[in-house]
Design a binder for this molecule. Structure first.
Ligand SMILES: *Cc1c(COP(=O)(O)O)cnc(C)c1O
Length: 357
């Protein structure tokens, strides 16, 4: 029996996609072998690689002067790859809105002057700083933001005002809402939240920014080399790319990112309305900055939180324990979480509140 899995990452995948992968697992497209067993330079795999990229370009409306790369090492590897490739003048500004944003900034200090232009640490990352008030230094190579903060449940609804290239970690909200790629110099995202199983990391980068990497940048981290080789410089994470292709095909069939955004807004509203109308649950995030993907909430009692997580699991609603930095509960409701899953959670929350008055 399938459960409703609210894990923050790796996270739930669409059942139809899992079933299709299962059907094709022993014999992919009449090749007599699994997609995981064939050369990454074979025709069938190259077709998968190309289709995944083409679908991503179509769904996100990515202009031709941007490279789309499928790399490894997770989003965390990009914390280093970004400064190694883009910190041409040795200076970048970071907005720190959570744990991963802080890690990205810290990693960048190894390669240059990576300053914190703004932070929401003063209120335990429960808000996104007002972009109108954030000032950046002259001569910076880029501004780095984290568009959705997976642990704290916040998201950007406005972008920083800067002439420098904008770099965004979109690991937990890529393809969940419409974004204008042209406004960014670089977007990166680990796949394991909204796109595919862990293993592949998506990098979308303006080609004009390439080729100016630091001399000591590892070959594998060079965007220009990955671009020239169509992400096949070495063996890629073939299975994850194949799964990404299936997920992207499904997303296209469902009407694309705009249609998905509408469903995501609906799901998030169901959950926030339940929290806001209850006297038991609280979400501490500034309302305007609430994430559509990650919804943290608490009861105010650690004991009751633990009881909630345990009893929810008994109802087939799993992985609801909050991140250790925040405590309480967190429901991650990515693209693949069906509306019925959120409705089941809301129903359980109401029942639990009645029983624990
Ligand atoms: C999960 C996550 C990461 C870390 O991703 P890895 O692929 O495990 O390195 C980084 N940033 C954000 C916003 C995330 O949600």
């Amino acid at each position: 029996m399938r459960v409703y899995n609210f894990a923050a990452g790796p996270s739930t995948l669409p059942v139809e996609v899992l079933e299709e992968a299962q059907r094709d697992f022993l014999d992919y497209n009449g090749t007599g072998m699994s997609i995981t067993e064939m050369s990454h330079r074979s025709k069938p795999f190259m077709a998968v690689n190309d289709e995944a990229q083409a679908l991503l370009r179509e769904l996100m409306n990515i202009p031709d002067d941007y490279a789309v790369l499928f790399v490894q090492g997770g989003a965390s590897q990009q914390f280093a790859a970004v400064p190694l490739n883009l910190m041409v003048n040795g200076k970048a500004d970071y907005i720190v809105t959570g744990n991963f944003a802080g890690k990205a900034q810290e990693e960048a200090t190894k390669y240059g002057d990576a300053a914190i232009a703004a932070s929401s640490k003063d209120k335990n990352f429960t808000y996104i700083p007002d972009m109108k008030n954030v000032k950046f230094r002259d001569g910076i190579d880029y501004v780095h933001i984290t568009s959705n903060n997976t642990i704290y449940g916040t998201r950007y609804t406005a972008l920083p005002e800067t002439a420098a290239p904008l770099v965004s970690d979109m690991s937990s909200n890529i393809l969940s809402e419409v974004v204008d790629v042209k406004k960014f110099g670089l977007i990166y995202a680990g796949a394991q939240k909204n796109v595919a199983p862990a293993g592949v990391t998506i990098v979308i980068v303006k080609r004009a920014l390439l080729g100016r990497h630091k001399a000591f940048c590892p070959t594998m981290l060079r965007y220009d080399i990955q671009d020239k080789n169509n992400s096949l410089y070495n063996t890629p994470p073939c299975f994850s790319i194949y799964m990404a292709m299936l997920v992207l095909r499904r997303l296209k069939k469902l009407g694309g990112v705009k249609a998905m955004q509408e469903v995501n807004e609906y799901k998030a509203k169901l959950l926030y309305d339940c929290i806001d109308s209850s006297s038991l649950y609280k979400n501490y995030v500034n309302k305007a900055d609430r994430s559509l993907m990650n919804v943290p909430f608490v009861t105010g009692s650690e004991e009751l939180d633990a009881k909630f997580v345990k009893e929810a699991a008994e109802h087939g609603l799993v992985s609801l324990k909050g991140h250790r930095l925040v405590g309480g509960m967190r429901a991650s409701i990515y693209n693949a979480m069906p509306v019925e899953g959120v409705k089941a959670l809301v129903e359980f929350m109401k029942k639990f509140e009645l029983e624990n008055k």
